[in-house]
Design a binder for this molecule. Structure first.
Ligand code: PMP
Length: 411
């Protein structure tokens, strides 16, 4: 029956992990996957999550009934508060629809299906298109294509400066048809680690207002950029405060709660009125019902407890800060080894981008040939675009990684 099924190519990131696992070399390093690791290279269960789990396991009132179609009410309400802020006018005015999703991927998917069906494309140039940064998280293209929305690149990363192509980005915002949909990474851009500054976000939101564009925020790293959950919500809150920018937010708790496998996330759609909110909620429920019926309960309960208990909340803030600071420290160590110890020739003239880039990833700016050398000779696994997960570095392997990067940069 399945003779006619062609073999699909394997997923690049998961292929890298498999190659890393099969490698017998003692000093091998995995800088491919974007998952936090502790200083011994091990997955880290956050202390706040451990405590919340223990409370749940001892709570006799917790059963295994279905959640509602839109998820655990106290989870989605507190998740909205986390990204929009405690005093968000949009929330108090009843303009935010929040639906629990299968982590960030599920939120992107649900939002894509909703837009494909209900966005008024006739007033947005007539074609179903979403503008995505070049580069972006590889799955974005697949998710939008699958929903029948054509992903179109907008300029974002400037290889010459290893930084933001602000002119290119704002130029694309200005030249796109009015009311276009633009995907924005809320913070800690994946894969580049390059975020707009606050001033640049201000200029970007002005263009959204002038053009009537819709902002599709993907927020997978709140807390990972700066270590502060509030500070990392700046861009989203700034856009929401402009009131007249239509927007939605895809929120993931995979990274900031270390709940990768539990698939905890939410989609928040901000409407102009309470009436619109009700209609949006009804349609998101219809889509969700046909796709997954109801979202999974356990991870949402864990996060909900953390967001609603003072002691757990404080512990979680410390946990997030701890992860962000370890990553920032690894940036400093790698930068100092390359610049001071090895005096390694750098793309763009210096290695300061390693310090400036934000969040889980760093885009080294190396050529595919240099990356190949690092993977083949150094057994250090990274994607061909020279993106490394900073969380894969630690005090035991950073000197070795710097040494191999130095050799590669000189080949
Ligand atoms: N968006 C971006 C930009 C990401 O980097 C990720 C995680 N790699 C996600 C969404 C979704 O991840 P998850 O489905 O695990 O929450």
């Amino acid at each position: 029956t399945w003779e006619s099924v062609p073999q699909a190519p394997p997923d690049v990131i998961f292929q890298l992990t498999a190659a890393y696992k099969a490698d017998k070399y003692e000093k091998k390093v995995n800088l491919g996957v974007g998952a936090y690791r502790d200083n011994d290279g091990k997955p880290w269960v956050l202390p706040s999550v451990k405590k919340a789990q223990a409370i749940l396991l001892n709570d006799d009132t917790v059963d295994h009934e279905y959640l509602s179609i839109t998820g655990l009410p106290e989870f989605v309400a507190s998740a909205a508060k986390l990204i929009l802020g405690k005093d968000s006018a949009a929330t108090s005015e009843g303009r935010v629809t929040s639906v629990q999703t299968i982590s960030g991927t599920g939120a992107n998917h649900l939002a894509a299906v909703f837009l494909a069906r209900f966005y008024d494309w006739s007033r947005a140039g007539g074609e179903k298109k979403i503008y995505i940064s070049n580069p972006t998280w590889a799955n974005h293209k697949a998710i939008f294509n699958a929903a029948g929305i054509e992903p179109v690149d907008y300029p974002y990363y400037d290889a010459k400066t290893v930084g933001l192509d602000f002119e290119g980005f704002t130029g694309a915002l200005k030249s796109a048809p009015n009311r276009s949909v633009f995907l924005l990474h809320a913070c800690a851009h994946n894969p580049t680690g390059v975020d707009p500054t606050k001033e640049q976000w201000g200029a970007i939101s002005d263009i959204f207002l002038a053009k009537g564009h819709m902002a599709f925020f993907d927020c997978a790293y709140q807390g990972f950029a700066s270590g502060s959950l509030d500070a990392d919500a700046f861009a989203v809150r700034h856009f929401v405060a402009q009131k007249n920018i239509p927007l939605l937010i895809c929120q993931s708790f995979a990274k900031n709660a270390g709940l990768y496998g539990e698939r905890v996330g939410a989609l928040h759609v901000v409407s102009a009125s309470k009436k619109q909110e009700a209609a949006v909620k009804s349609q998101l429920s219809v889509i969700q019902r046909a796709e997954i019926s109801n979202p999974p309960a356990f991870g949402a309960r864990v996060v909900s407890l953390i967001l609603n208990d003072n002691a757990l909340w404080e512990q979680w803030n410390k946990d997030v800060k701890f992860m962000a600071e370890r990553i920032i420290d690894m940036r400093k160590q790698l930068h100092s080894l390359l610049t001071e110890k090895h005096k390694t020739p750098a793309p763009g003239g210096n290695w300061d981008h390693i310090l400036k880039q934000i969040g889980m990833f760093s885009y080294l700016g190396l050529t595919p040939k240099q990356v190949k050398y690092i993977v083949d000779e150094g057994h250090i696994y990274m994607t061909g675009n020279s993106r490394i997960s900073m969380a894969g570095l630690n005090t035991h392997n950073v000197a070795y990684v710097a040494e191999v990067i130095d050799k590669a940069a000189r080949t």
